[in-house]
Design a protein around this ligand. Sequence first.
Ligand code: CP3
Length: 356
Amino acid sequence: MALPDAPLLRALAGDRPDRTPVWFMRQAGRSLPEYRELRVGTRMLDACLTPELAAEITLQPVRRHGVDAGIFFSDIVVPLRLAGVEVEIEPGRGPVFADPVRTADDVARLTAIDPEALDTPAIAEAVRIVTAELGETPLIGFAGAPFTLAAYLVEGGPSKEHLRARAMMHADPESWNRLAGWLARLSRTFLSAQRDAGAAAVQLFDSWAGSLAPEDYRTFVAPHSAAAVRGIGAPVIHFGVGTGPFLGDMRLIGADGAPAADAVGVDWRMPLDTAAGILGPDVTVQGNIDPALLTAPWPVLEEQVREVLRRGRSARAHILNLGHGVPPETDPAVLTRIVELARTVDAENAAEAERS
Ligand code: CP3
C-alpha cells in the first residue's frame, strides 16, 4: 500500500475507504506508561526539541493501538519558543509566558521578530525519523490557530474565558490583527517545516475558539486561521471545541468559494449527522466520541462508538476520533479496543453491503 492509499488520506480527499481511519487527539502523552517513563527528568518543551525523543514518543501510540495516523509529538507553543519567546509548559497547568503580550507596544515588539526565520532543524529531524519508521502510515503535523495561541499569549497563561484576547479584538483591532497575522505566519512556518520533512497532512488546533461569538470568529479570527493553512501543500484538518454555533465557518471558505479545510473536527456536543448537514458535501468530518465516556463501562462506550460511526456515514467521509484530547487518566487499553471495534464495524458494514 502506498501512502496516498492510506485510509486517512483517502478520507481527507473525500473517499470512503474500506477501513474507517481512526486516530486520537493527544494519543501520545500521559495516558501511556511508556511515555511517562521516557519523560522522567526532561521538561516538556525540551522533549519536543530533542529529535530522537520526540520521534519515539510520536511512534509509541501508533505501535500500541494500531491507529491510522501518527500525530507529531510537539506543542502549539513550540514555534513561539523557537522564535525566542520566553515560554514554559507547567505540568498540570499548561503554557506560561514570562511576558504577556497585552499592549500595542508589546505587540509591536513581538511582531518585529521575523516569523519565517524560525530555526526548525530539530523539528525536521524528528519528522524525518518518524516518517521513515511509519512507512505507509501517515504522520499528521499540527500547529495552534492564531486565536488559541493568542488566548495564552495575551493572558500570559491558561485562562477559562480568554477575556484579554477577546477584549483586544474590540479595544484595539489594529494590534489584534497585527498579532493574529503574525501568529498565522508563525504557525504556517511550523506547519511547512513538518510538511517539508514528510508530514502527509496537517491539523490546525483552535481549541478555544468556542469562547468566541460567531460574528467575532468570522471577523477577527477565521481570516487569520485561513492564512495559516490555505495552500499549505497538504490536506488540512481544522479542529475546535464548542464551535457548533459557527461550524460552517470552520471550513474557512475563501473568496473563490473553496474551503481551506479538507476536514473539520467536531467536538462531542454536536451529532456528526447534524455537523455533516452544516458542513456540506465538500468537507470530511472528524470526531466525535465523548472523552468523558472513556471511563464508562465498555458496553456504554461501545454503543457510543457505534452511534458515532453510524452518524458519520452521512458525511462525504469520516475520520473516527474523540471530540477532544485523550484525558491523561485514560486506560490506554480502552483506546486499543476502540480501534478494534472500528475494524469490526467496517467488516459488519462490508458484509451488510454484500447481502443487499
Ligand atoms: O498526541 C498528540 O496529540 C500530540 C502532541 C500534542 C501535545 N500538545 C503534547 C502535549 C498536541 C497536538 C498538543 C497541542 C496543544 N497544546 C493544544 C491543542 C490541543 C488541545 O488539547 O486542545 C493545546 C491547547 C496545547 C497547550 C498545552 N500544552 C496544554 C493545555 C497542556 C497540558 C498541561 C497539563 O499538564 O495538563 C500542554 C502540555 C502538553 N502538550 C502535554 C503533552 C503530551 C503534557 C505534558 C506532560 O507530559 O506533562
